[in-house]
Write a protein that binds this ligand. Structure first.
Ligand code: AQP
Length: 335
C-alpha cells in the first residue's frame, strides 16, 4: 500500500549559551523557528559545546543552558512537536566532529572569516576550539541529515563548509549525508548593535547598552532604546545612510510582521523620540509574556528535565544511526 504520509524535511538549528540571549537571537532565530515547526521536522538544540569555545564560568553555563531551553519553550516552540535537546547530552556530536575533523583541511578552516577576525583580535591565545568549531557545526547538521539550516548571513560561510565536508565524505566513501541547504527565512532580520549599528547585536558585547536581552526589564529596555545611536538627519527614513534608525525600523518590522515602508509612512512628521518610545513599547509588549513563561518554566526544573531527557533520547536515536554509518564506512570496527 502506498503511504500518503509525506516525509517532512529536516531542520537543525541551535543557539550557544555563551551569554544571556539577546533580541537578535530572538528575532533572528527563535521567532522564525516557531513558524517553521508545523511544516518541518525540527531539531532545536542548546549548543553548549559551542559555548565552551570561549571560557565560561561553570555555574553560569549551567544556568544559561537551562534558561535557553526555557526561552525556546516560552517563545512558542512546542516540545511535543519538535526535538529540543542539549548538545552535550548526545555524545554523537563530539564523536562525529572528530571523524569529520580527520576529513577536513587546515587550509579551509583557516579561511573562515569569523576565525580570521577573532584570531586577529586574540592572536596566539586563540583557542583551538574556535578554529575547529565549524567542523562541530558540520557534525551537528549532518548527523540529522538536515535538509535545511536556518542561518544568518554571518553563518553562510560555515554552512558552505559543512556542505563541502559532506560532499567530500560522500565522494571518498559512499553517499552518507544529505547535503544541507541554507534557509533564509522570509522574515529574517539582522538586528544591529544599538551603539554601533554597523555590527550585529551580540550577547558577548561588553557594553550592555549595545544589546537588549530577552530577559531585560521594561525599565531597562526603555533606557537602552532611548540611548540607541541615531544620527543628526532628524527624519525617519529607511536608508543605509541612517543605520541606527534603520535598525529600529527593522525591529518593529520583525516583531509586527510589517514592511519598512509601512513603518516609515506612519512616522511622517514625527521625530526620533516618538520612534524610540514606540520601539521600546513594542519590544516590551512582545517580551513580557515570554519572560513570564520563562520564569514559570525555570521554577519547574523537573519539567525541563523531562523535556531535555526525552529530547536527547529522540536526537540520539537519529544521530547514532548516522554515526554508525560513518564509523563503518571509515573502517572502524562496530562494537
Ligand atoms: N543580531 C542578530 N540578528 C539576527 N540574528 C542573530 N543571531 C544572533 N545574533 C543575531 C542568530 O542567533 C542564532 C545563533 O546564535 P548563537 O548565539 O549561537 O551565535 P552568534 O550568532 O555568534 O550569536 P552572538 O550573540 O553574536 O553570540 P556570541 O556573542 O557569543 O558570539 C543564529 O541563527 C544567528 O543568526
Amino acid at each position: 500500500m502506498e503511504s500518503n504520509i509525506e516525509q517532512k524535511k529536516v531542520i537543525f538549528s541551535g543557539i550557544k549559551p555563551s551569554g544571556d540571549l539577546t533580541l537578535g537571537n530572538y528575532l533572528g532565530a527563535i521567532k522564525n523557528w516557531v513558524s517553521l515547526q508545523n511544516e518541518y521536522d525540527c531539531y532545536y538544540c542548546v549548543v553548549d559545546l559551542h559555548a565552551i569555545t570561549v571560557k565560561q564560568k561553570p555555574a553560569d553555563l549551567r544556568k544559561r543552558t537551562l534558561e535557553v531551553l526555557a526561552i525556546y519553550i516560552a517563545s512558542g516552540i512546542d516540545p511535543e512537536k519538535n526535538t529540543l535537546f542539549i548538545q552535550s547530552h548526545v555524545p554523537a556530536h563530539s564523536e562525529a566532529s572528530w571523524l569529520l575533523t580527520c576529513n577536513s583541511y587546515m587550509g579551509e578552516l583557516s579561511r573562515m572569516t569569523q576565525y580570521k577576525d577573532k584570531s586577529q583580535k586574540m592572536g596566539e591565545s586563540i583557542g583551538a576550539g574556535l578554529f575547529n568549531y565549524p567542523v562541530l557545526m558540520a557534525a551537528d547538521i549532518l548527523l540529522y541529515n538536515s535538509d535545511l539550516v536556518p542561518v544568518g548571513k554571518d553563518q553562510i560561510q560555515h554552512l558552505e563548509l559543512a556542505r563541502d565536508i559532506a560532499t567530500r565524505f560522500n565522494n571518498t566513501y559512499s553517499p552518507t549525508f544529505t547535503i544541507p541547504e541554507g534557509y533564509v527565512p522570509k522574515e529574517g532580520a539582522k538586528i544591529m548593535d544599538l551603539q554601533d549599528p554597523s555590527k550585529k547585536m551580540s550577547k558577548s558585547e561588553e557594553n550592555p547598552n549595545c544589546y537588549i536581552l530577552i530577559m531585560d526589564s521594561p525599565e531597562v529596555i526603555k533606557k537602552k532604546i532611548s540611548r540607541a545611536v541615531t544620527d543628526s538627519i532628524g527624519i525617519i527614513n529607511y536608508s543605509d545612510d541612517q543605520p541606527g534608525v534603520k535598525n529600529l525600523i527593522n525591529i518593529i518590522c520583525a516583531i509586527k510582521g510589517i514592511s519598512p515602508q509601512e513603518v516609515v509612512s506612519s512616522y511622517e512628521g514625527k521625530g526620533y523620540a516618538d520612534l524610540k518610545r514606540d520601539v521600546a513599547d513594542i519590544i516590551i509588549e512582545e517580551l513580557t509574556p515570554v519572560q513570564e513563561r520563562v520564569k514559570k518554566l525555570l521554577s519547574d526544573k523537573k519539567y525541563l528535565e523531562e523535556i531535555y531527557r526525552s529530547g536527547a533520547q529522540k536526537a540520539s536515536f537519529a544521530a547514532n544511526k548516522t554515526l554508525r554509518k560513518m564509523q563503518k564506512k571509515i573502517g572502524l570496527i562496530p562494537k
